[in-house]
Each structure stands twice: as C-alpha cells, then as structure tokens.
Design a protein. Structure first.
Length: 328
C-alpha cells in the first residue's frame, strides 16, 4: 500500500492541471499542426487563429511537461509526441485522450453520483465527434494489446469468430491476421459500421471480416461460430444483463466452441487492482448499471450460460485487464 504524505496528496490533487493541458493540446491539434516543423508562437497562432498570449502559455507548459522542445522562440515535437500525438501517425492515441476529455465534466460530479448511486452523465457519446473519440479510442487501446493477445490465444482449427460489441473490429482484425484460416464477424450497433468497415479495410481484410448490425441487449445473435470474443462490453451493463449477454453469446457457439471474456477484473475482495476499482467509479458516473466485476462473478456468469472448463488465462493487460475462457 502507498504511504501518503501531504506533498504527495497535494501533487495528486493538482494533477488535473497536467491532464487539462494535455487535453487542450490534443483538442486544438497543436502537435499535429507542428508535426515535423519548428514553429514560433506567433506563427502557430496565425495558423490556427488563436490568441498569441494564450497559445504561448500553452506551448511553454507543454514544453515544461516534456511534450514539446523549445529552442529559442521556436517549438518542435519530441519523438514521442510526433509518434503518439500527431494525427497522421499510425500510433496516434489522441482519440482515447479526447474520450478522456469528454469524461472530465461528469467525473467532476462524482460526489453527486456517489450520493445518488445514479449516473450523472449527460450522454457523453451523443455526437459524431464524441462517438469517433470513443470508438477510435477503443481502437487505440486495443491496438496496444491485440497483437499480443491474438498470438497467445490458440484458435487452431477454428474457422469462424464472433467479435461481439467489437466496435471498430480491432480484435477480429488481429485474430484473423494471426490465423489465416479464420473468418470473423464484428457485431455491434449500426452506428458503428462506418468506423468498423474503414478500419477493416485499412488492414485489407474486408474479404474475411464482415460487419453485422446487432443490438445484443435486445436482439438474438445471428449465425453460429467456433469462438466468440467479448471485450469490455460486460462492464457497461448490470449483472442481469451480463448473464443475458453471456447466454446469447453461448447460444451462438457451435458445440466445443469457446467464449473469451476480456474485462477489467477485480480481485474477489473488490478492493483492487487500482484501475478496475477506479473504473467502477467511471461506470457509476456514466452508465445506469455498469460496474467492474470480480473474477468469481464473471466465472458465475459463464457457468450459468452453460460453459465448462472455465479458467482465467495468464494474460495481464497494462490496465489490469484479464481474459477468462470457457467451452460449450
């Protein structure tokens, strides 16, 4: 356990200054506008039509944070910023940063959510910009681990794969890349389709991965599959809905098919690891019933759905995500 002192607590309390500075840099496209250039504050202010004093203060703060390099009166990206924060980079994570930005307002009202036990979100995923930030933010996060996961999970002999609630299809893409004999279906809301098809096409897999419009809470899942993947969809729902989703996914499996559940998994005591515990608060703030689930509760969901040989895989994600698997 951490040993807190006054200095550490105050540093944590003021950390949002760093966060807001980063968010503003990404939202205003500062890193993308600079790209490989070396610009002055005057030049940048003119390019993006903002106040010189304001952008100078922002550029200096980003430089103090080590996200820009200032030489004389000119600013340049660091190698890391050029890789991660310039929109044209294949490693760009700005979508996830902008999703975090859209969550700042409801998180500032956490006390209201705790008092009421109800969401205080004002539907943060309601327009094209926030929807793109959410879906492509999920792509950013999944891209960090999907290549590793797809190599570690054995799908030998499996030919059909369901990515349920798969968003832009990142996991379906990487499982197909790792398994040449596999075809996949990404099942998600119809509003997700343009993002999924664009991403699938980027990896030249449109001939092996299809998109199926599906509201898995209210509709049955069409088709049958050798394997189904549920990545970060259960935490958005309450226990009863999760039981139903697992049963629907299992009903879409062939005999001997395998269901994989990828989630931020709490210890059975619920007081750790840290990220899943904090993520429960995020679900309290932003959803009606969502939460982080313990390993034992996910095991129970999978067993009730008719699976056996249920176990947790050794994988641990960078935010303490884990994978559980069971066989029909």
């Amino acid at each position: 356990m951490p040993q807190w002192n006054a200095g550490e607590l105050l540093a944590l309390s003021g950390k949002y200054w760093h966060t807001c500075t980063l968010h503003t840099g990404v939202k205003m496209g500062i890193f993308s506008e600079i790209d490989e250039d070396h610009v002055s504050a005057d030049e940048l202010a003119e390019r993006i039509s903002v106040d010189v004093r304001g952008v100078t203060a922002l550029l200096d703060a980003l430089s103090a944070m080590g996200l820009l390099v200032k030489t004389g009166s000119r600013y340049a990206n660091t190698p890391e910023s050029r890789s991660l924060l310039v929109k044209s980079s294949p490693h760009y994570i700005g979508y996830m940063i902008m999703h975090h930005h859209h969550l700042v307002e409801p998180w500032s009202r956490l006390d209201e959510a705790v008092k009421s036990g109800q969401s205080v979100s004002r539907e943060v995923i309601h327009d094209d910009e926030s929807r793109e930030s959410f879906l492509m933010g999920m792509f950013n996060m999944a891209m960090a681990i999907a290549p590793q996961v797809s190599r570690e999970i054995d799908l030998q002999g499996k030919t059909s794969f369901l990515d349920l609630g798969g968003g832009p299809g990142t996991y379906a893409i990487h499982f197909c890349l790792a398994n040449p004999g596999l075809n996949a279906t990404v099942a998600d809301l119809s509003t997700t389709r343009p993002f999924a098809e664009k991403t699938i096409e980027r990896f030249d897999l449109s001939n092996r991965i299809g998109f199926m419009p599906c509201d898995y809470l209210n509709e049955t899942i069409e088709g049958t599959y050798d394997a189904a993947w549920l990545s970060h969809i259960l935490h958005g729902e309450g226990p009863d809905e999760c039981d139903m989703i697992c049963k629907k996914a299992v009903s879409a499996l062939n005999e001997g098919g395998r269901l994989f559940v990828h989630e931020f998994i709490l210890d059975n005591t619920s007081d750790g690891p840290l990220f899943p515990a904090l993520f429960y608060l995020n679900m309290l703030i932003n959803t009606k019933k969502g939460r982080s689930y313990t390993e034992s509760r996910i095991h129970e969901m999978m067993k009730k759905a008719g699976l056996h040989q249920i176990k947790r895989l050794p994988f641990r994600g960078p935010t303490d995500s884990g994978i559980m698997v069971g066989t029909k």
